[in-house]
Design a protein around this ligand. Structure first.
Ligand code: HEM
Length: 405
């Protein structure tokens, strides 16, 4: 006989409030995952840890977009309004409409066409670093490459890139401390600047369409339907915001992982055809987006736990990507792993729109490194810290790049 579902009150607690735990977050996650499919965080949020159940919730239409801001008691103001407009916050049919209008600009084919430009940007960052013999994995490669790539996509001129990057970085703070009034004021200010800038960019591209994604988004039309000017601004801001800290973390993690695993780096140096599989494994092994959330729209059951309608549920992607039920020997970093596909980019209708683009950035950066640096060395320690729901390194991590011969 199947046991009756557990109630939320019966869940074991997972307390990750000690920053020291984040240095090797996989350890407490593994212990909790073996104990239970679903745990409760310190503030009582049910959190799904196992691969099958995380994917099932993400693909289940009964679980709808969760209002992260409302969960922190914020239900009005410019930051809240902005969050309502981004794609993560929308459910069908509004989400389906926007997604079908924009997805053609992000198909693997559209991304392939950008590869030479991405490679040129990776060269621009990495060739001087190779010359100098060292790389700041996060502050230089991680920060600059995604910003350059997305700016090129949208046609942001080089001289505007950094200030534009500052505004999008400030948007990320919204998730660090949503409830902090000062932070919210900063975020609102950055949003206003970004709104004005993006609005100007769109107006310019309407007058002079070019060969960039923004022009394609302006033209994007399906069955007579188009993006409204407000939707277009929100979408561009969504791309900037969603594509920066995530890709920055993944690029930095990639360089650090290879420096920590010289045998795996050697394999890719000797056989660059391993690059795409190696990138897939990097993305799985250090799933940089710790988690996301959904709201149960009706009474549901997840992993033997009763989840009443109206309950927000957190999905821990970092844990799902190391679940031994799905990945043999999950803690091993193995560039030749058979099937490293993972929910690190989410699953279901909100699956990362920029996944192909992010992978292309990692692949091009790794290709430059394996072609020119026979070894990578980590002279110090790389310290992981939580940053909102995206992990990153602090302080900066310097990696020594070997020279051929
Ligand atoms: C390694 C880098 C990246 C990671 C790990 C990542 C991760 C994710 C995840 C987990 C989701 C799903 C969130 C959810 O279901 O709640 C997502 C959605 C999204 N991502 Fe990414 N992302 C990355 C890079 C990018 C890039 C480069 C862009 C665009 C330039 C981008 C744009 C988006 C957008 C627009 C969504 C929302 C899609 C929707 O709601 O339908 N991401 N991403």
């Amino acid at each position: 006989m199947t046991p009756p579902p557990l109630s939320l009150a019966e869940l074991p607690t997972l307390d990750l409030s000690d920053p020291a735990l984040w240095q090797d977050i996989h350890r407490p996650l593994a212990a909790a995952r073996e104990q239970s499919t679903v745990v409760a965080t310190r503030d009582g949020l049910p959190t799904v840890l196992r691969h099958a159940e995380v994917e099932a919730v993400l693909k289940d239409p009964r679980f709808v977009a969760a209002d992260l801001f409302a969960m922190s008691g914020i239900t009005s103001g410019p930051v809240w309004e902005w969050w309502q407009r981004v794609m993560f916050s929308q459910d069908p049919p509004a989400h389906t409409r926007i997604r079908s209008l924009v997805s053609r600009a992000f198909t693997p084919r559209a991304v392939e066409a950008r590869r030479p430009a991405i490679r040129a940007r990776a060269d621009e960052i990495l060739l001087p670093a190779l010359e100098g013999g060292a790389l700041d994995a996060q502050g230089d490669l991680g920060h600059r490459l995604p910003l350059m790539v997305v700016s090129d996509l949208l046609g942001v001129p080089d001289e505007d890139r950094e200030v534009f990057g500052e505004w999008t970085k400030t948007l990320g703070l919204a998730f660090l401390s949503i409830a902090d009034v000062q932070v919210r004021a900063l975020v609102a200010e950055a949003l206003a600047s970004l709104d004005a800038y993006v609005g100007g960019l769109i107006a310019d591209r309407r007058r002079r369409p070019g060969d960039d994604m923004l022009s394609r988004l302006i033209e994007a039309e399906e069955e007579g339907d188009r993006l409204s000017p407000e939707e277009l601004v929100a979408l561009v801001e969504n791309l900037l915001f969603a594509g920066h800290d995530t890709t920055r973390g993944a690029l930095a993690a990639m360089v650090v992982l290879f420096a920590e695993h010289p045998d795996q780096y050697r394999l890719v140096v000797d056989d660059p055809s391993l690059v795409p599989g190696a990138v897939e494994e990097v993305i799985r092994h250090e799933a940089i987006t710790f988690g996301t959330a959904r709201l149960a729209s009706t009474d549901c059951e997840v992993g033997g736990v009763a989840v009443p309608a109206g309950t927000p549920v957190s999905l821990c992607l970092t844990s799902a990507c190391r679940d031994p039920r799905r990945y043999p020997d999950p803690d091993r970093f193995d560039v030749r792993r058979d099937d490293a596909r993972s929910p690190a980019f989410g699953a279901g209708i909100h699956y990362c729109l920029g996944a192909a683009l992010a992978k292309a950035e990692l692949e091009e950066a790794l290709s430059v490194l394996v072609e020119r640096a026979p070894t990578l060395d980590l002279p110090g320690e790389a310290r992981w810290v939580p940053f909102a729901s995206i992990r990153c390194f602090e302080p900066p991590v310097e990696v020594v790049l070997g020279t051929p011969g």
